[in-house]
Design a protein around this ligand. Structure first.
Ligand code: GAR
Length: 202
């Protein structure tokens, strides 16, 4: 399965996929890593792993449509079969979603549908929830609203701030994102409307 990752920043989720790919537990074809930021650390991680990279910096384009057209063309050239958003901080347009005939997945640092959008960990701390977590979901035309593939809870402690909670959630993200890709790659996932059914081996 030909996988492309889009990432905007640090790229620790990308790294968790690269690590499992390199140790053989995620036998995908890692065909590219793209970013909207030329200086994204994610691009360095990809280059270190020998993966093709491409930057699509916002300033190079007149508008979002032009940028997305370039990204879509690149994905088509690569023959992408699964597009993985890993800290890609630009919302894909409805047009982009409609034009892509491969699944797109995203990881979000909350138990959706709670706390969509930016700074989900801060939202959770400010709200005072005792439990948050992370979600891997298919991307649809809404904001963090697509069908949920995997979720895992993470406790929130009274002394937490945005950073401490983000760190605790991130460790779990690094576990469930490769797992979700593996499930898709192995054809273990069936979609029934909003529901994602995971087929177990038993
Ligand atoms: C991760 O916590 C990811 O869940 C979050 O950005 C971080 C990226 O970290 N994504 C979102 O908030 C998307 N709405 P990383 O660059 O180290 O993978």
């Amino acid at each position: 399965m030909k996988v492309v990752v889009l990432a905007s920043g640090r790229g620790s989720n990308l790294q968790s996929l690269i690590d499992e790919w390199q140790n053989g537990s995620l036998p995908i074809e890692f065909v590219g890593v793209g970013s909207d930021k030329v200086k994204a650390h994610a691009l360095i991680r990809a280059e270190n792993a020998g993966i093709v990279t491409r930057a699509f910096p916002r300033d190079n384009y007149q508008d979002r449509e032009a940028q997305e057209t370039d990204i879509l063309n690149w994905l088509e050239e690569l023959g992408v079969e699964l597009l993985v958003l890993a800290g890609y901080m630009r919302v894909l347009s409805q047009e982009f979603i409609r034009k892509s005939d491969y699944p797109i997945i995203n990881i979000h640092p909350s138990l959706l549908p709670a706390f969509p959008g930016l700074r989900a960990q801060k939202q959770a701390v400010d709200y005072g929830v005792k439990m948050s977590g992370c979600t891997v979901h298919f991307v649809d035309e809404g904001m963090d609203s697509g069908p949920i593939i995997l979720q895992e809870p993470v406790p929130v402690y009274s002394e937490d701030n945005e950073q401490t909670l983000a760190q605790r959630i991130l460790r779990v993200e690094h576990k469930i994102y490769p797992e979700a890709v593996r499930l898709i790659m192995n054809g273990k996932i069936k979609r029934e409307g909003r529901k994602v059914i995971i087929q177990t081996d038993s």
